[in-house]
Design a binder for this molecule. Sequence first.
Ligand code: UD1
Length: 414
Amino acid sequence: MAEYRIFHSPRLSGEALISTAKNAVLPIMAATLLTGEECVIRRMPSLSDTLHMQALLSDCGAQVRSQEDALVVRSGAVKSPGDEELLRTMRASVLVLGPLLARNGECTFSMPGGCAIGQRPIDLHLKGLQKLGAKVETEGGMIRVTGRLQGANIYLDFPSVGATENLVMAATLSRGFTRIENAAKEPEIADLCRFLVAMGARIAGIGTNNLTVEGVEEMHGAHYTPIPDRIEAGTLACAAAMTEGSVLLQNARSDHMRALMFKLAESGVIFQEDEKGLRLRGRARRPMEVRTLSYPGFPTDMQAPLMALTTQLGGLSIFLETIFENRFMHAVELNRMGAQIRVEGQLALVQGGKSLTGAAVTATDLRAAAALMIAGLSAQGETLLHDPACHLMRGYEHLEEKLQALGAQVRQEA
Ligand code: UD1
């Protein structure tokens, strides 16, 4: 249980150093299971999801230790995870499946959990692995996947991020060539591929929808620094744009944030890119129409934080969520603060320009938590944000401290 008090805040100004991307680090950590040699992941963010993944790697037989800001993993002999609780806690747990199967020829696990933002099945992961020759059996709530993998042509019905990652990892140690068509091409997937190449994998088409992997006999250790977090940078950008701030997002990769920057710029925010990162100033003013899509379209993970901002823009903003079927839970909480948001299925209509008033609100998922925190910055009075499942700590490294450094009045109570 975590709790935050947020007060109406002045214009945010100053600098924030963007942390390493959670969604890049988690698959890279899972990929260390592909070799018995030592891997070093630098600039590790301090997040509960990365701690969970660390525990999961240990549960799979890896030796894991921290060394300054790096994580050192050596996965001598690996086995299926035994701790069902760890699998249930985090959706990204499923990412150990591809590496374990490729390395050992078998993996048994229970269905992963994670944020309650939709059904989130893993059928695309399993179908892809079956294409690679794996046999999938379910018994007593457990899934057992076995077989020596053989390269194949895989077409993903939908460019799932996790399925692409699992399949590309499994393909690195499969015999022959694997082609993944309609692969997802989020920057975090390209980053995983670059780590795999550093480990000895042969991958062509990195950063595209068509990945070709030539299997190798063995992978080796590697040192790697994953990319900065585009969602953290985007969340801080929304907070700044909401308060007419002027901030430098140090280390932010603007080339990974085009869809959000385009929306904010259309609405009135001014961006400047330089070697230190991304600067923005000014206020978002005009309403927006946003459709979440796979990369390079507008990221679903930015939908909630941007919706918080649109509550303060005059006129009607429209959000169409196409990636997850239940990702508007923050709308009810924002309405508790005085926002006027109507949800119709996958569509949310935000009648903006209504003053927000601080209220007691509850975080239902990770990005909803961030949205409520930034909404609190422009609300009159005090907002008490309950985060019963500590969602914020899962995916943002000290968000409240970074906001404080920019002048926001936020404090963690518990
Ligand atoms: C990843 C990100 C998450 C982000 C999401 C979409 C990580 C650790 N998490 O999640 O932050 O919100 O991408 O950008 O990187 N689906 C199926 N069958 C499958 C797999 C997915 O139907 O086998 C559906 C899901 O239910 C969902 C959609 O596809 O509706 C997108 O899921 P996916 O791209 O796999 O997201 P994740 O990898 O879970």
